[in-house]
Design a protein around this ligand. Structure first.
Ligand code: GLY
Length: 391
């Protein structure tokens, strides 16, 4: 049964329908100030632990605490360092110990207040401490609001790669305060916007048409456009997750651009040189270019994708990335280590046109290599010079 949320006149609610684990994504302005009332209406909650990072804490914690206190919820905080390196085993261990030190009980709610990193590690900790604490996602980046906070994927990184240890563990609610995004750097906002575009490209051509016209308004934080973009994205994601929670089929479409993108992120060290959403933008351009090259998709659609992403300032060629373009054989090697490889076959999300994505395990490595070369990748890695390690 969907847990209902009351008293949110202006907010939009998107149900994620998963039987007894159903919940709502609530999207609106200044929801930070109403989180306490919302939580109290959802759960018989008296205690909360807010997990956040050192960047978000000074921007949001005080207001969240005031709101929780106003609803009679006593809250403590755990402030983690910001950045991808936080998603590791030592930090997870420390976080679990901190939650236990705080005397959490199964009725204590964990609130993940932050971007994808905080949502991911807080979700894992909530999933394993006392074999499962209730948790709520309060995403503070556009990327987290439209993608990572919805759908229950939680994970940390290991030396084998990103997001390889984790669990499907659904939150009790997602509270997306669109006003908080005003504090987000423009580059982060654009990176999140790539994931918004992704939903249009997968299955909603009219949404892509709308983004071509209104994308600049979304990025300029015009509330009507921003809210529509977030709500439409959350609806698309919620619908897919409701049908395929554990990625046995359709959910794989949400990886549009990700096989290419992960290879580019691996080359740049999963850091500031290329943000995840920027890698996804590049990857989506390349997925459409590959689809056109293989004869699935009209060339005009592939060009529209590239043109729109470039128009909003996202990278669309390998030459746009510092340290790129990279050697094609190294990119293919990263793709072979992708966790979406099945029986040795690479998985790609291709398209028959804008809004018509499909999963393919039939793409020959030669076709990918040819596409990458066309997109500016170097034909072959240079031999390492003596005394230097290869990356
Ligand atoms: N970000 C892709 C998914 O949640 O399935």
């Amino acid at each position: 049964m969907t847990r209902n949320v009351e008293g949110w006149a202006a907010a939009r609610r998107v149900p994620v329908t998963l039987g007894a684990r159903s919940y709502e994504v609530v999207v609106g302005e200044n929801l930070l100030d109403e989180a306490g009332a919302l939580l109290a209406s959802l759960l018989p909650v008296k205690r909360a632990v807010v997990i956040t990072d050192a960047i978000v804490a000074p921007l949001c914690l005080e207001r969240l605490h005031a709101s929780l206190a106003g609803a009679g919820i006593q809250a403590t905080n755990v402030v983690l360092p910001a950045g991808e390196q936080t998603k590791d085993f030592p930090t997870l261990q420390g976080l679990c110990e901190t939650l236990l030190d705080a005397g959490v009980e199964r009725t204590t709610v964990v609130i993940a207040l932050g971007g994808g990193v905080i949502g991911d590690i807080a979700g894992v900790a909530a999933g394993i401490v006392l074999r499962g604490l209730p948790y709520v996602q309060m995403p503070t980046t556009l990327l987290a609001q439209v993608d990572s906070s919805v759908g229950g994927k939680t994970a940390i990184n290991t030396r084998h790669g990103k997001n390889l240890v984790g669990l499907f563990y659904q939150p009790r609610a997602v509270i997306a305060d669109t006003a908080v995004l005003r504090t987000l750097p423009a580059r982060q906002m654009r990176a999140g916007y790539a994931e918004v575009v992704k939903y249009g490209l997968i299955s909603d051509a009219p949404f892509f048409d709308w983004l071509e016209e209104h994308g600049a308004r979304v990025l300029a934080h015009q509330e009507d456009a921003l809210r529509r973009a977030v709500v439409t994205s959350c609806r698309a994601k919620a619908a897919v997750v409701s049908r395929d929670e554990r990625e046995q089929g359709e959910r794989a479409l949400l990886n549009l651009g990700h096989t290419f993108g992960h290879a580019y992120e691996a080359e740049t060290g999963f850091g500031e040189a290329l943000l995840h959403g920027e890698a996804v933008a590049l990857g989506m351009v390349h997925a459409f270019a590959l689809s056109a090259r293989l004869g699935f998709c009209p060339q005009a659609d592939a060009e529209r994708v590239r043109k729109h992403l470039a128009a909003v300032g996202l990278p669309t060629t390998l030459g746009d990335v510092p340290s790129g373009p990279w050697p094609v054989d190294r990119l293919l090697a990263h793709m072979r280590h992708d966790k979406k490889v099945r029986d040795g076959r690479l998985t790609f999300v291709l398209a028959r046109g804008i809004g018509k994505a499909f999963v393919s395990r039939e793409v020959a490595p030669e076709a990918i290599a040819a596409l990458l070369c066309e997109e500016g990748a170097r034909p072959k890695a240079a031999a390492p010079s003596p005394g230097h390690e290869t990356p």
